[in-house]
Write a protein that binds this ligand. Structure first.
Ligand SMILES: [Zn+2]
Length: 232
């Protein structure tokens, strides 16, 4: 059973995880990689989806977090406890989920106000098992460090095929790639440089942290957005 049509058979999008997306990649029938864990309440959604496709929670071998934000890392501790999966996150965001640094620092007035609000969105602290660096690989995925939204944001690239973009690039209501709102980013200029970097890759499918996936011509659409000065 495939929740999102058009995804290749070995990739699943977990349904009902709210506004942030959670994906499962089957490396083989007994080995799954969870890409982002959603909010703290997404853990039960992940469990029931696994049940619906006849998989056991212990088949999750890795949880790769595209960045530390609570809407992506919120269920990591829960899933690790149940599955024994290894938690992987970029070395620069690792201290944020471990509780050694503030989870999120936001800029500008809107950002600071939202930061106060998000401060209430607590996550269970967790020590990552794997601290990722640019160029590392897990299964078929290469880690690309794309700082800007957070210091340790990453994209996961399956060569010539798929990009999991986290919040480095999200997809708007019209199905086009775009940057997250600047008040959510640590450094939007740095983010733009990161997006320029990934726009030189080839991929047909873009699986973002927010918004619906793009299933064809995704890297061409991204290049168009970048060459338009990040405007559409
Ligand atoms: Zn997010």
């Amino acid at each position: 059973m495939q929740y999102v049509k058009d995804l290749p058979e070995y990739i699943h999008q977990v349904p009902n995880t709210g506004f942030s997306n959670v994906y499962l990649l089957e490396v083989d029938p007994q080995s799954l990689i969870l890409i982002d864990s959603g909010t703290a309440s997404a853990g039960s959604k992940i469990l029931s989806y696994l049940g619906s496709i006849g998989k056991d929670i212990s088949s999750i071998r890795y949880v790769i977090l595209t960045h530390a934000d609570a809407d992506h890392s919120g269920s990591a501790a829960h899933i690790k406890r149940l599955s024994g999966a290894k938690i992987a996150i970029h070395v620069d965001d690792a201290p944020r989920i471990a509780g050694e640094k503030k989870l999120k620092e936001m800029t500008g007035l809107t950002g600071r106000l939202l930061g106060l609000f998000l401060g209430f969105m607590k996550i269970e602290k967790i020590q990552p098992d794997i601290k990722l660096n640019n160029g590392d690989t897990i299964g078929p995925l290469s880690i690309i460090h794309t700082p800007g939204h957070t210091d340790g944001s990453i994209c996961l690239y399956k060569s010539n095929d798929i990009l999991f973009s986290g919040d480095t690039i999200i997809v708007d209501n019209h199905g086009f790639p775009r940057l997250p709102s600047s008040y959510l980013n640590k450094d939007t200029n740095q983010l733009k440089k990161s997006v320029e970097k990934i726009s030189s890759l080839e991929f047909s499918t873009l699986l973002p942290g927010h918004g619906k996936p793009i299933f064809s011509n995704a890297s061409a659409l991204l290049r168009e957005y970048v060459s338009n000065g990040f405007r559409r």
